[in-house]
Design a protein around this ligand. Structure first.
Ligand code: SF4
Length: 448
């Protein structure tokens, strides 16, 4: 049961010293109760008080860590149902599935396909972060050998295996990479829990229906294992969606900590061989509440819309997406190439740089610090002006780095031309078209 602000206030130091950033202990207590700040932001709460409050003020969903090194991922830790209430914190991770029931050729093709998707978008690496290795008792391929091959890719593994002995053998060859053992059922949970605990890995809980899942999680918690993820995959798409939403709702809205774990959604089970449906469902479960989404394959066709969606969902809507201010040479530009400038709002940057690349004209795109705002908003807010450009030119020593003295400015702020020329003597300021889509023709017509 979540604590109220008054309960927290009763245990607070009542110094009203403001060191936590809140004007009073009461205000701080209210924020802690809403989950808006961590209780440790106050240095004066006694350890005793913190211990009393920690269970009740902990996030409704546990944060679980899997993988190691650069492949370590945090899952869960969410506090809200909707992203507009507060930022979602742990982005959905995508896995591609292998199975020992696949032929050797199919396995090789799948393994070769996984590293092919690997690119950067707005400073974030987009690639298949996890590999799901499914065990089928009828599979002709040796499961442990398959796990070894999958581990060689260097991605975090999920072992989909409900056979305790096979799972132990597989863990023996991959436990150092901190995989997930997705194999606890109502029948085997005690042995699986012991195997996962001994290997130091997270245990995935599966069940025939949501009630079975709940009972198994409760039983595992009674054994002392809270290092869990919940496989919400049902027999159909409808059931999978209902399970995934109900688990999240139970944790966040109803405060039921037994469902307060990250989820795995296995689309291969509910939409096998239908990549169009899997792509659509992966988008759905990125928004509604898959911590890990397992797919049959990930090519650029699936990845580009999906990763773009994920990047938008798992960002703070109150903080604009920005790119690093600086000089971006495009199309083999050098110090003599013409310059263009625009703002650091990520969408503006990608639109403009995409059109510039399409033009093939060597040019230096100079991105100034405009607080991550779009051109007109930055101009209206005083973050894009002749003064800010002059300041940026000095800070970055643009004139020391670039010999060209031609600068194209966004058409929407044509009004700045005269002021910029006054602030940057020797520069010829040229006005670009109002829309980025017109840049290719504009640059080509300049015959640079
Ligand atoms: Fe109260 Fe602690 Fe905040 Fe000081 S830092 S105002 S004692 S809650």
């Amino acid at each position: 049961m979540a604590l109220k602000g008054l309960d927290i206030f009763k245990l607070s130091p009542k110094k009203n010293c403001k060191e936590c950033g809140s004007p009073t202990c009461m205000a701080f207590s209210m924020k802690v109760a809403q989950g808006a700040v961590d209780i440790n932001a106050c240095p004066y709460f006694s350890e005793d008080a913190k211990a009393q409050l920690s269970e009740a003020t902990a996030p409704p969903m546990k944060t679980v860590k899997v993988g190691t090194g650069s492949e370590e991922f945090a899952l869960g830790g969410e506090t809200v149902m909707e992203r507009h209430e507060k930022t979602f914190v742990s982005k959905t991770r995508y896995a591609v599935a292998l199975c020992n029931c696949m032929s050797a050729e199919e396995i090789d093709a799948a393994l070769a396909g996984i590293p092919k998707v690997d690119y950067e978008r707005i400073g974030e690496r987009m690639y298949v972060e996890m590999v799901y290795v499914n065990y089928s008792a009828d599979g002709a391929t040796d499961y442990v050998e398959l796990v070894k091959k999958a581990a060689a890719l260097g991605r975090t593994l999920i072992l989909g295996c409900t056979d305790v002995e096979v799972a132990k053998a597989a863990l023996a060859v991959c436990k150092d990479g901190k995989p997930i053992l997705n194999g606890a059922t109502p029948e085997n949970y005690a042995e699986m829990s012991a195997a996962a605990t001994e290997a130091g890995v997270v245990l995935g809980v599966t069940g025939a229906d949501i009630n079975g899942l709940y009972d198994t999680v409760k039983a595992l918690e009674a054994l002392g294992n809270k290092n869990l993820v919940i496989d919400t995959t049902g027999a159909t798409v409808k059931e999978t969606f209902a399970n995934t939403v109900r688990v999240r709702k139970a944790a966040i809205k109803d405060g039921d900590r037994s469902f307060g774990y990250p989820s795995i959604v296995n689309l291969v089970k509910v939409a096998k061989d239908d990549m169009h449906l899997q792509s659509a469902l992966a988008a759905v479960f990125t928004i509604k509440y898959g911590s890990i989404v397992v797919m049959q394959e990930m090519t650029y066709s699936e990845a580009q819309p999906l990763y773009g969606l994920r990047q938008n969902i798992f960002t703070d809507p109150q903080k604009p997406m920005r790119v690093e201010p600086g000089i971006y040479p495009l199309n083999g530009a050098d110090e003599n190439s013409i310059c263009l400038t625009t703002v650091d709002f990520a969408l503006t940057y990608f639109l403009v740089s995409g059109e510039l690349e399409r033009s093939g004209v060597p040019c230096n795109l100079i991105i100034s610090d405009a607080g991550g705002l779009s051109v007109l908003t930055a101009w209206a807010a005083g973050k894009l002006s002749a003064g800010t450009i002059e300041k940026f030119w000095k800070e970055q020593d643009i004139e020391g780095k670039i010999k060209s003295r031609k600068l194209i400015i966004p058409g929407k702020v044509a009004v700045l031309k005269g002021e910029i020329e006054a602030k940057l003597p020797g520069w010829e300021v040229i006005i670009a078209p109002a829309e980025a889509a017109q840049l290719v023709k504009f640059l080509k017509d300049m015959n640079l």
